[in-house]
Write a protein of this length. Structure first.
Lengths: 887, 112
């Protein structure tokens, strides 16, 4: 240990050390000289004799240094220093190679850091290690992350391996602070919520056990930094201040740290309340029990120290299975999903994220391969130019291993520079992305930074890519140097003609071209798919439709709520410019509306249909007229529930006969019955999805007002949107009906959100494909140019013999086109295969889409011409006289 | 004066032992050590003078000696080496080991 410390101390001051040794030895020599002079030698002789007495000083100094350093380390350092010489001897090549690698590593690291951030990171401030989210999969493969609070309490009481275990649910509430009331998102959380997340509050404290009991006297709340800032003006005395939640008095006891909006991105909170306050906060309109035990909650927990995920999974699944057995007919399989801010549930990111990641892993590998092939070609070119140098080195006794080490050192120097540049690149781009990407509703500034900024994982990932890059940079030159015969190169003079380029470099170009074709084809397919989706007829006119979502959480009774909703509809309908207004329970969103089993008769096989509750004029607000039957009525009907269904469902349930007046059973148990009063045309009412023939059931809201705490209104308007929005705000605002607005969006922007992921995918793919094609074209250009230079003599002779410049040009272009055609064939075959894999993401196009492939071929023909144009021109302008003279 | 650059005519490790012994009676600089060895051995043991320095570095690395800068007899900067406690212990151990070795060699040679 001490030896190691002494060694380190030596390394830190090795320059000093060498100088010291020199002084010391010189003193020694002078003493010896003095002694010899005393013995009678003349001073000049004494100097020489003293030097002889010392022997080989260089060797002594070298050995002294050797005592302190570790041999192989020293040699490796020497190699690196000599490798760094590439910077001086070939700056252009190094710069190009570093830039190419830095771009591809940086680009991929950015993608990785964003995807990694969204898919894997926990919420800010949460210690995500060893945390798992509970998730259930049913026999149809549908994933659910929610269970009742009752279910949660039973698991939490028994689970020993996954403990503590938290539960939380999301409720839109009306938050009253002083005079103002606003719609905010509340998290109703189990008592151990903050403890499980290991989250430190910025101010105040978390709810105590007493405050979390159902019979607790007062309501307590923890608020976000945002509410503290915006509603309390960062007041220092915020703890103990009061506010109202859905009209109930509550006391602020804590403030969460900045950026923390709850453990899940999908459900971001503004305020946290103990779960026990559920009956007070959520006014049950169902009138059954207090609703507390049926409330669906997300569940996550932390592994006990020393427990593996498999053990915890086994224990929790056993407990859960027993609970399910007692209450359900079919058992849903429980899995522990590693906790992240997006894990669990059926959110878009959770369900599609994996596929997204897979597509981009492939793209990463492809672009990396293309760039590596290009850089390998550059390095190979250098190796060709250095054949003589290598031959001389070898003949002077330099071993193969030494040459490999030298080339490897060059590769490492290039890769390390590229890695560093890539990290800077990724850092900057991620920062830009974070400021460009729209924040989730209600998130604080800086929130996106947390998710997108590269962390140590990203740096490691980039190191991995850089290592691959090193190997590819070095492999070609090493192969080349290894197999190279010595004699011809030693015989040839300094300016010997470089002979034919290896097959290797041509194959590398073909590899680049075929992989670019693959990327371009896939990107093309994605664009085609997107344009089909965008141009798709939704079956209704989404333009000029505004969706206003309001919170009805503050209203207790059903009748009162119905009255308020009626009032809202009437007031909105009277706004200037508002043509038709209707009420809906659910507006289009990320996921489809809830799907339920529908049967014409109890004995029938069920058909699955999306269910919504709507008001009068639902078809009309979409710009549609009923196929047959009549519209839902405004007032409750005495004879039971009425419903509209779409044409496809009608044809499926009652083929060949009129569905009007018939009754259908809705739900797995068939408990809810409704009479069909009208048929609406087929349309993508809930937004576009993979399912091309969706079924819909629309219950009349007048008969059966849903119990949710939110309601939406569709407003079809004429004239200007901003006026309409201002009008709606005014109507619902404090001076009007004073109902908290949750969101105000156009139908089109809502629908665009649904295709956001495929859109992003297509854009990213296109960006990568463009880059890949440019790099491959440059690669092709350099190879064609190189070939042309090699054949200058041939062209000169041919021109002298009377060949026309056009002939020469076309022969150069033919050489280039040969590479392109091979690339096109291989790339085309590859993309057929990959197209099959990403079929799930593509809508409307088959992986063999002819238009796409024809366009790709045309594009490649164009880039080939670009790549060959300059070399061809140069070839046709070779001066025959000069060539012949040189002969 | 017989000059060798490498002390190959010494048993391996003997040079370090001799240096440690030379320093046993007080600190010396490099020249001092060489002179001490020459005088003490009546000119029989002459090491290649610069070969002394790698050996001294090894002793420094092992912590058996420590060095201090001072002034030489002719007023130049010289490094004076001094035994450490560990160095003394090492000297005793190496001396015992050397005696054992020489004894063994002697016994072999004394065989008739």
């Amino acid at each position: 240990m001490e030896r190691l410390l002494r060694r380190l101390r030596y390394l830190l001051r090795r320059g000093r050390h060498d100088a010291d040794l020199r002084i010391e030895v010189e003193t020694h020599r002078s003493l010896r000289q003095a002694q010899l002079e005393r013995a009678g030698l003349a001073p000049p002789d004494a100097v020489l004799a003293s030097r002889r007495a010392l022997g080989n000083q260089h060797l002594a100094r070298e050995e002294s240094r050797g005592v302190w350093t570790v041999g192989w380390l020293e040699r490796a350092w020497q190699d690196l220093v000599s490798g760094a010489r590439i910077l001086r001897t070939a700056p252009g090549l190094t710069l190009t190679a570093v830039a190419l690698l830095a771009l591809v590593i940086g680009g991929n690291a950015t993608i990785y850091s964003v995807v990694h951030g969204i898919l894997r990171k926990g919420a800010p401030g949460v210690d995500a290690r060893d945390m798992y989210t509970l998730s259930w999969t049913n026999e149809r493969g549908e994933v659910w992350a929610e269970r009742s609070y009752d279910h949660y309490e039973k698991i939490a009481a028994e689970a020993r391996t996954l403990s503590p275990l938290l539960a939380c649910t999301f409720q839109r509430v009306a938050l009253g602070i002083e005079d103002g009331v606003s719609a905010v998102r509340a998290g109703l959380v189990s008592p151990n919520y903050f403890e499980t997340l290991r989250l430190q509050l910025a101010k105040g404290r978390v709810p105590s056990q007493e405050e979390s009991r159902p019979d607790a006297p007062g309501l307590v709340a923890v608020i976000t930094d945002r509410i503290w800032r915006e509603q309390f003006g960062r007041a220092d005395d915020v703890i103990g201040r009061s506010l109202t939640v859905n009209g109930r008095h509550a006391t602020v006891i804590g403030v969460a740290p900045p950026w923390f909006h709850g453990a899940w991105l999908g459900e971001m909170f503004d305020v946290w309340l103990p779960f026990s306050s559920y009956p007070q906060v959520v006014r049950s309109t169902r009138g059954v029990s207090d609703g507390r035990h049926d409330a669906p909650v997300l569940i996550a927990g932390r592994l006990q120290p020393g427990v593996s995920r498999a053990e915890a999974q086994a224990e929790v699944a056993t407990i859960d299975g027993r609970i399910q057995m007692a209450t359900r007919k079919s058992i849903e399989r429980l899995t522990l999903v590693p906790y992240s801010a997006t894990a669990g549930g059926n959110s878009l990111v959770a369900t599609q994220g994996g596929r997204f990641l897979a597509v981009f892993s492939v793209v990463t590998v492809l672009t990396l391969l293309i760039v590596c092939a290009n850089v390998a070609n550059l390095m190979l070119g250098r190796a060709v130019n250095r054949q003589r140098e290598i031959a001389v080195r070898r003949s002077l006794g330099c071993s193969h291993a030494r040459i490999v080490r030298m080339l490897l050192a060059e590769g490492i120097v290039v890769a390390v520079l590229a890695w560093a540049a890539a990290l800077v690149f990724a850092w900057v781009v991620a920062g830009v992305l974070a400021s460009v990407i729209p924040l989730p509703q209600g998130a604080s500034a800086g929130f996106a930074q947390w998710y997108f900024q590269p962390d140590s994982n990203v740096a490691l990932y980039a190191i991995g890519l850089a290592a691959i890059a090193t190997v590819t940079c070095v492999l070609g030159p090493v192969l080349f140097a290894w197999r190279q015969p010595l004699t011809p190169w030693l015989k040839a003079g300094e300016h010997s003609v470089i002979r034919g380029r290896s097959r290797l470099s041509r194959s590398l170009v073909v590899l680049q071209l075929s992989l670019s074709v693959l990327l371009v084809a896939v990107a093309g397919l994605a664009w085609r798919s997107l344009s089909i989706v965008d141009g798709l007829d939704l079956g209704f006119r989404p333009d000029n439709m505004l969706i206003a979502t309001v919170s009805t959480a503050a209203t207790e009774e059903r009748e009162a709520k119905a009255r308020i909703l009626d009032a809202v509809r009437d007031r909105l309908a009277r706004l200037p410019g508002a043509a038709i207004v209707t009420y809906v329970d659910n507006a289009p969103r990320e996921t489809a509306w809830e799907r339920h089993a529908v049967r014409a008769d109890a004995a029938d096989e069920p058909v699955r249909a999306e269910l919504n509750h709507v008001g009068t004029d639902f078809a009309a607000v979409h710009g549609l007229t009923l196929v047959t039957g009549q519209d839902l009525s405004r007032v409750p009907r005495a004879g039971g529930r009425t419903a509209l269904i779409n044409k496809h469902l009608a044809d499926t349930l009652w083929p060949g006969t009129s569905p009007l007046g018939r009754h259908m059973r809705v739900g797995d148990d068939g408990m809810r019955q409704a009479q069909v009063v009208g048929i609406v045309p087929d349309a993508f009412f809930s937004g576009f999805r993979q399912d091309s023939r969706p079924n819909f059931v629309f219950f009349s809201a007048a008969d059966d007002l849903p119990s949710g705490s939110e309601a939406s209104f569709y407003v079809r308007y004429d004239g200007r949107l901003d006026r309409m929005i201002a009008g709606v705000r005014e109507t619902l605002g404090p001076s009007g009906l004073a109902i908290p607005i949750v969101s105000l969006r156009t139908m089109e922007s809502r629908l665009n959100e649904i295709t956001a992921l495929p859109r992003m995918l297509a854009q990213l793919l296109a960006a990568f494909a463009t880059g890949a094609l440019i790099i491959a074209t440059l690669g092709q250009y350099s190879v064609v140019l190189f070939d042309m230079r090699r054949r200058v003599r041939e062209f000169g002779v041919r021109l002298a013999l009377g060949a026309s410049p056009q002939r020469i040009q076309s022969s150069v272009i033919r050489e280039g086109a040969k590479l392109s055609i091979i690339g096109l064939v291989i790339g085309g075959a590859l993309s057929l295969g990959v197209g099959q894999l990403i079929r799930g993401v593509l809508y409307g196009v088959t992986p063999t889409d002819a238009t796409t492939y024809v366009s790709v071929a045309a594009l490649l023909a164009a880039t080939t011409l670009v790549a060959c144009a300059i070399p061809a021109r140069l070839a046709s302008r070779v001066d025959p006289l000069r060539v012949l003279r040189e002969e | 004066m017989a000059l060798t650059n490498t002390p190959s005519d010494l048993l391996p490790g003997t040079l370090e032992l001799l240096i440690l012994k030379a320093l046993a009676h007080g600190s010396k600089h490099g020249y001092g050590i060489v002179e001490h060895l020459r005088l003490a051995s009546a000119d029989m043991l002459a090491v290649g003078e610069s070969a002394l320095y790698p050996a001294l570095q090894r002793l420094l690395l092992n912590g058996w000696v420590k060095a201090k800068w001072g002034t030489s007899e002719n007023n130049r900067r010289a490094r004076y080496y001094e035994l450490t406690a560990a160095g003394r212990k090492q000297l005793a151990a190496e001396q015992a080991e050397f005696d054992r070795m020489v004894g063994a060699i002697r016994r072999v040679l004394a065989e008739t």
